[in-house]
Write a protein that binds this ligand. Structure first.
Ligand code: G6P
Length: 609
């Protein structure tokens, strides 16, 4: 959802900004641009359509260097991807980068046109640039113009601004979209995500909603929305040790798939004892309050929503607590009925997804017992605003299609289920079995990753297909949903998931020899039911691909392919069965020749509505 970076330093900041953009490309890659104040004190701007590599090519032709600058990688919202819509936008003597959406842009544009301003782009962002120029005419200084402008804007935004009259100052603001300040030795940076600046610093200030700041080489002033100086703290970035390059892997997605055993191990670190789990890690009073929970509402988006759907099966069965799961974009706009003693759980890899964050803010005004964020980014808005936190330790996930973030969310949710079962004094066998299963999980995941060559071969049969069905039952139904989402995200094959029992109520009409049907078939209590559903597919000539436990007794025949999965404990089975589906979509995408890590039209972190 657009990535912004900015820097002020004694050294040339162009390479720092370009490296920052490369690291933020997961947020959007329609176009990119940079503006710096050059040696003569003037703003020079370079923009290019497409990925950051195109911007680099453009920069090779026109040197653009300086000590103060801002840069942007775009995910188009207002105005199609085009060079004239790429940021930075310039007005008068200033340049500006923006992430987010200005809701009152149409009205502001009209007012500015009436005042004689000419627009060169279709973006909502350009109104901010002209507004700043307009307010500067009547303000005592640029800071005051910046503040007046911020007060005029409605919507969600993070901004970075430079002005030729102040060649030693970088301005920034955060309102609804993430922004951090990075601190170097006599240098300052701004970025949508600390990842962008890890090459220069691991010291960050996470701005709060409504904050704005003025940065020079050696000074930083941060104010809140009432223009009062804020008490900020400097945080050391925790994932600094994680490698951010692809290493020997062809794609980030594959690297991240293979990082899952370690990510699961890291997520479980410090959370399990031999016969109980450490509930105090959730936050203040968690140990005392968990037993009061009678209902759970889970709210999330995309892949994180699928993790919530799996958890509902666990929480209701193992902890005996009623649980409902909803996509955040719906939840935030409806009247929610909140029974007494309900816990609100938000799940998000990034912790910055606009709808999920809005859902949490909405929930905080309701009658919830408490709020919990399950998140992969410790300093994110979601974590900072929720009452309790449960951090996954997947490390940075760069591939747009979520893999290790999903499985570690499931690990966290199974841990949460265990914590709730423990607080509710459910049978100790439940707790012990989950702890045992979680401890064995990384080894099992390693084992399943070895199935890759067989899955790679299987992927060839998808080369000419346009549609696919994914089937599962029980908690493996949301696993099938996640498998279908992965396939459509990165291979552009239309894929849908069904609870296998629903097949005969409509989708069976679609089944013929051109429709691959993927089934998730662990050896659980629903296996016999699933087998009947698979027979329904075979009888219509459908091509069946079964990810099935070797003990399931499914027979191979013409049109039926099996990938044999190891036997697993029931509770971790949804986690284990996710892996072959990730590998399948990865290899189908390779066969299709798509951009695996940056699929068209998508972005990793959706910080707009
Ligand atoms: C985007 C990403 C998905 C992700 C979803 C929610 O759509 O492409 O991979 O599942 O956002 O993101 P979150 O960071 O809240 O988990």
């Amino acid at each position: 959802m657009c990535g912004i970076v900015g820097a002020i330093a004694k050294r040339n900041i162009t390479p720092i900004l370009i490296e920052g953009l490369r690291r933020l490309e997961y947020r959007g890659y329609d176009s990119a641009g940079i503006a710096v104040i050059n040696g003569s004190g003037q703003i020079t701007r370079t923009r290019a359509m497409g990925k950051v590599a195109e911007l680099e090519n453009a920069l090779n032709k026109t040197a653009n260097t300086g000590h103060l600058g801002i840069a942007h990688t775009r995910w188009a919202t207002h105005g199609r991807p085009a060079e004239r819509n790429a940021h930075p936008h310039i007005a008068d003597q200033l340049a500006l980068v923006h992430n987010g959406i200005i809701e009152n842009h149409a009205q502001l544009r009209k007012q500015l046109i009436a005042l004689g301003y000419t627009f060169t782009s279709d973006t909502d962002t350009e109104v901010i640039a002209h507004l700043l120029a307009e307010h500067h005419k009547t303000s005592e200084n640029f800071l005051s113009a910046f503040r007046t402008t911020l007060n005029t804007l409605r919507g969600a935004f993070a901004l970075g601004v430079i002005h030729e009259q102040e060649p030693d100052t970088l301005y920034c603001a955060r309102m609804g979209s993430p922004l951090v300040i990075g601190i170097g030795s006599e240098e300052h940076f701004i970025a949508s995500d600390p990842l962008a600046m890890l090459q220069t610093t691991d010291q960050f200030i996470y701005l709060d909603e409504g904050d704005h700041a003025r940065l020079t080489l050696t000074s930083r002033e941060i104010w809140n929305s009432s223009n009062q100086p804020t008490d900020y703290s400097i945080t050391r970035y925790e994932h600094a040790a994680h490698s951010l390059d692809k290493g020997d892997y062809r794609h980030y997605m594959l690297k991240e798939i293979y990082e899952q055993p370690q990510a699961i191990t890291d997520t479980l670190a410090g959370k399990l004892a031999d016969d109980h789990v450490f509930t105090s890690i959730l936050g203040p009073d968690a140990e005392q309050q968990l037993h009061q929970i009678e209902n759970i509402h889970i709210v999330a988006c995309g892949t994180s929503y699928h993790a919530g759907l799996v958890a509902r099966y666990w929480i209701e069965e193992q902890a005996g607590i009623a649980c409902q799961v909803e996509v955040a974009s719906e939840y935030r706009y409806r009247t929610v009925s909140v029974p007494a003693n309900t816990l609100l759980v938000t799940i998000s890899q990034s912790g910055e997804t606009a709808d999920t964050l809005a859902a949490l803010r909405y929930a905080k005004k309701q009658n919830y017992l408490g709020t919990l964020a399950i998140c992969n980014v410790a300093g994110s808005s979601l974590v900072r605003e929720a009452g309790w936190r449960l951090l996954t330790q997947a490390g940075p996930e760069i591939g747009v299609a979520s893999t290790k973030a999903f499985t570690t969310q499931l690990v966290a949710l199974l841990w949460l289920t265990t914590a709730l079962a423990q607080a509710k004094q459910r049978a100790p066998e439940i707790i012990n079995a989950n702890i045992r299963a979680l401890r064995n999980l990384p080894g099992l995941v390693e084992q399943v990753l070895q199935l890759e060559p067989g899955i790679e071969q299987l992927a060839q049969s998808f080369a000419s297909k346009h549609h696919a069905l994914f089937l599962g039952r029980g908690p493996h139904y949301p696993v099938a949903m996640e498998g279908a989402l992965k396939l459509k995200e990165i291979s552009y094959i239309h894929a849908e998931a069904y609870a296998a029992g629903e097949l005969k109520h409509g989708p069976l009409a679609l089944v013929d020899e051109d429709m691959p049907v993927v089934s998730v078939a662990p050896s659980d209590s629903l296996l016999e039911k699933l087998k009947s559903n698979l027979e329904e597919v075979r009888a219509r000539g459908g091509q069946l691909i079964n990810f099935a436990c070797e003990r399931a007794g499914l027979e191979t025949s013409e049109g039926v392919t099996h990938i044999d999965m190891p036997w697993v404990y029931d509770s971790v089975s949804p986690i284990v069965y996710t892996l072959p589906l990730q590998l399948l979509s990865y290899h189908v995408a390779l066969v299709k020749g798509t951009d695996v890590d940056k699929p068209r039209n998508l972005a990793k972190s959706v910080t707009v509505e």
